[in-house]
Design a protein around this ligand. Sequence first.
Ligand code: GLA
Length: 421
Amino acid sequence: MKAFDIYIFFIYCAYQIEKYGRIRYNFNSGLEENMITEIKTIFNQKFGYEPTKTYYSPGRVNIIGGHTDYNGGHVLPFCISLGIYAAVSYRDDAVVNIYSKNIPDKGIVSFGLDELEYDEKRDFANYASGVFKELIIRKYNINKGFDLALVSNLPTGGGLSSSAAFLVLICKILNDQFNLGLDGTKMALISKTVENQYIGVSCGIMDQFIIANGKANTAIFLNASNLNYEYVPFKTDEYKFVLVNSNITRKLVESKYNVRQRESQEVLEILKQHVDIDNVCDVCPCQYEELAKHIDNPDLKKRFKHLIDENYRVKLSKVALANNDFVKLGSLLNEAHISVRDLYEVSSEVLDELVELATKSGSLGSKMIGGGFGGSTLNIIKADELDKFIETFTKAYMDKYNLQPIINLVEITDGVKQIND
Ligand code: GLA
C-alpha cells in the first residue's frame, strides 16, 4: 500500500469503527508489522537486550468438522492472521523466562529445566514447561532455556485455539534451537500430548496440526485417524470468511468438552459390538438407522448422528471449497451449525443468536467455531456485500445486546513460522 492509500484506509477504519463497532482488518500476508516491532521492543524492555529471533504462531478456524477429529473423522481448518507474535533469545543455562504482554500481572514467569512438573503458580507458562517436559520424555537433548516475550491479538477463550498456537510455537522454537528435525506432524503430536496429558484437555489433533502445517490461502483436509492430509487452495476474492467474536470466553478444560469426548467413547464401545470399526466416524451415514437401534440413550444417539453426518459434510465441503463454490459451502456450514446445536449440543445461546443474526444480515453460511460453549462464529459473506453485512449485523447485534460486536476480517496465513533471521 502507498502512504496515501494507508491514510485513506485509516480514515475509512476510523469511520467504520465509529459507525459500526469494533472491526479488525488484517490484509496482505496477515502479519502485522507493528506487532513485530512491538514484540521486539517488549523483549528489549523486559530482558534488557535485543532478541535474536521472532516468530508468528497463528490461531485457526475450522471451516467444518465439529468434534470429528477425536472420533477419527475429517476436518477442514485453516490458519488465520490473528495469532501470537514472539521474540526469543537462547540462554546458556537451563532457565526459561517468559513474559506475555497479554498477562502483564504475571510479570516474567521463570522455571528451571529441573522443575518441569505442572505448577498452578506458573499459570500460562505451564504450556511451555509441558513442551520441554514432553520433549525430554521423548529423549530429545534439551539442556538449555530461553528468554521469550509474547504478544497476541488472538482472543483467549475465543474458540480460535490460542492454546494450540502457544504449544506449537514453543515446539517450533525448541525444534530450531536444538535442531531436532521435527516435521509439522511430529510437532503437532507432541503439542497434542502436552494438551491431553499435562494440561488435561482431551482435545483432538486438529488445532495443533493445522497450526504446525498451515499454508497461506489454503485449508487442510485432514483425516484425523491416520493424519493423511491434502492441501486445498482456494480464492477469497468473491467471498470472504468473516469471524464474529461472541465476547464470551470459556476454557475447554472447564467446559463440557471432556464430557463429549467420553460420550463419543461410549458410542464407539456400543458400535464395536456390532461393526468392525476403530472410530465412530468410520461409520457411513447410510448405516445410521441400522446401528442407532443398538444405542438406547437418546443423547448418545444424537452424538452418533452428528458425528457421522458431520464427517460426510466435511468431505462435501472439501469439494465445494476446492471448486470455490461458496454457496454450497455456506449451506453445509448452516447444516453443521444446526447439528452442533441440536445433536452434539455444544453451542450456546449467544452463538446461536450470532448465527441467526448473521443469516438475517446476509451471511451465506454461519456456524460456531472450535470446541463450543462460547467463542466465535465463522460466516461466509459475498465480498461486494461485506459493508452491507457489517452494517446490518452490527445494528441487529447492538439492538439486541447493547454491545458492539467484534468482527474480524482475517487473511488465511501460513502456520507457525520464524519471521526474521
Ligand atoms: C477444540 C479441540 C479440537 C476439536 C474442536 C472441535 O478446538 O482442540 O481438537 O475437537 O474443539 O471440533
